[in-house]
Design a protein around this ligand. Structure first.
Ligand code: HEM
Length: 412
């Protein structure tokens, strides 16, 4: 019988191009997506898919074309949404990632001070002490799920600090984040847009209480207080407040979480790279950039063509959905040599697409890198030997590229 990976490679190369739909979530879940993207990069880098469960869309799969789209917000607008899923009008929530200038800049600048260099310097010792407590408390010799005990816990603690959110309720943030990024599907826990809306209304209600406390208090450096006291955000309608909350919660949560998990998996898959890192801990920040490239925690961002235009020789029409597959561009051989391999000291290691480009380039990227740097510093300092002892379970999503579980064991 043919090996599963060989069958997948056959399918990726034999399916007619016109039928190739890289948006199918199951291919991300079973990690079989790579051959499909490799083929699109080679044969049809700007590819039209006429028929998908998200309607027709263009796939942009090569590095330079992705940068061209991402840096041209006038031609490729985010105002109709940033995911391949079209959110029904009645469930649409505005947020600054779905805005253009000047409103986008005003709102982005409102929240930016929390991740400014001087504030990150203040966070450093707090993050380090939390990482130490978590690592010290992990089971020795017994298998456990790294996603739950480390990745979710660390990122959720950080989010609680950013919002100054009641610490004991912090797992609500994880819950809302997961609900927000999962499009409703029949047979799943969230099976309708209405159910999603009801849960997220609970999020809005909780945060409205915090807003009301903070608007009547002196301004402070947390995300709610920053928004409550800024002329760019203080008059937001409830839907816009919810939209920005979701943006900040998802931004700070899923992405860093999945990089924390991916790093452990990759170091197990490439033991030579882990040895390199152990021999030279000064490579931590380079290794973290490589983890973020190799994981690509946000697989795509979507734009909508604002006018007819040509991209990669293809005629795009006004209103077309254009999907930038960062996950593919990050392995584009023309720009990233040997991109399918994990190499912690590669040349130009920061030259990846995972944080996007242009006016929406990730506002939290330095915080994400700081958290990951500290995690790896501390794993090395404690001499932890984290072995993956089972298959990772991946999320069925073409947007958040990540894991629901990674079984590991730490040798005593
Ligand atoms: C935007 C990825 C961590 C908050 C983005 C974008 C990507 C991204 C791809 C969109 C870029 C574009 O459209 O050009 C990541 C990755 C992270 C990470 C891979 C971790 C490894 C964070 C953290 C925060 C955050 C920790 C919050 C504290 C945001 C926000 C935006 C954004 C608010 C919207 C920016 C705008 O529209 O101007 N991120 N992110 N992200 N991210 Fe991140």
């Amino acid at each position: 019988m043919k090996a599963r990976s060989a069958r997948r490679a056959d399918e990726a190369s034999s399916i007619p191009l016109s039928k190739l739909d890289v948006s199918e979530a199951k291919r991300f879940q079973d990690d079989s997506i790579w051959g499909y993207f490799e083929r699109l990069r080679r044969e049809d880098p700007v590819h039209y898919c006429q028929d998908s469960c998200y309607g027709p869309y263009w796939s942009v799969t090569k590095y330079r074309d992705i940068v061209a789209v991402d840096t041209n917000h006038k031609a490729f607008s985010s105002e109709q949404g940033v995911t391949i899923v079209d959110v029904p009008d009645e469930h649409w929530t505005p947020s600054f990632i779905k805005m253009g200038p000047p409103k986008h800049a005003g709102q982005r600048n409102t929240v930016s001070p929390i991740v400014a260099p001087d504030n990150l310097a203040k966070f450093e010792s707090l993050i380090r002490s939390r990482v130490r407590v978590i690592l010290d408390g992990l089971p020795r010799n017994d298998p456990f799920n790294w996603v739950n005990m480390v990745s979710i816990e660390l990122t959720t603690q950080m989010l609680a600090t950013l919002f100054d959110f009641p610490f004991e309720d912090r797992r609500l943030l994880t819950y809302w984040s997961d609900v927000a990024v999962t499009p409703p599907r029949a047979g799943h826990a969230i099976d309708s847009w209405e159910k999603r809306r009801t849960i997220l209304s609970g999020c809005l209600e909780y945060f409205t209480r915090l807003w009301n406390e903070r608007i009547n208090a002196e301004p402070r450096l947390d995300l709610i207080s920053l928004m409550a006291h800024s002329p760019d955000t203080s008059h937001m309608k409830p839907d816009e407040f919810l939209g920005n909350l979701i943006l900040l919660i998802v931004g700070g949560n899923d992405t860093t979480r999945n990089s924390m998990t991916g790093g452990v998996l990759f170091m197990n898959q490439y033991p030579g790279e882990l040895r390199k890192l152990r021999d030279n801990p000064a490579l931590v920040s380079s290794a973290v950039s490589e983890i973020i490239r190799y994981q690509t925690p946000i697989a795509h961002m979507r734009r909508t063509a604002a006018a007819d235009c040509i991209l990669g020789g293809k005629q795009i029409s006004k209103g077309d959905k254009v999907v930038m597959w960062y996950i593919s561009g990050n392995r584009d051989e023309e720009v990233i040599e040997n991109g399918d391999s994990f190499v912690i000291d590669r040349k130009n290691v920061r030259q990846h697409l995972s944080f996007g480009f242009g006016i929406h380039r990730c506002v939290g990227r330095h915080l994400a890198q700081l958290q990951l740097n500290i995690l790896w510093d501390e794993i090395l300092r404690a001499g932890l030997d984290v072995s993956v002892v089972g298959e990772p379970e991946r999320i069925a999503s073409n947007f958040v590229h990540g894991y629901s579980s990674l079984p590991v064991r730490i040798a005593a």
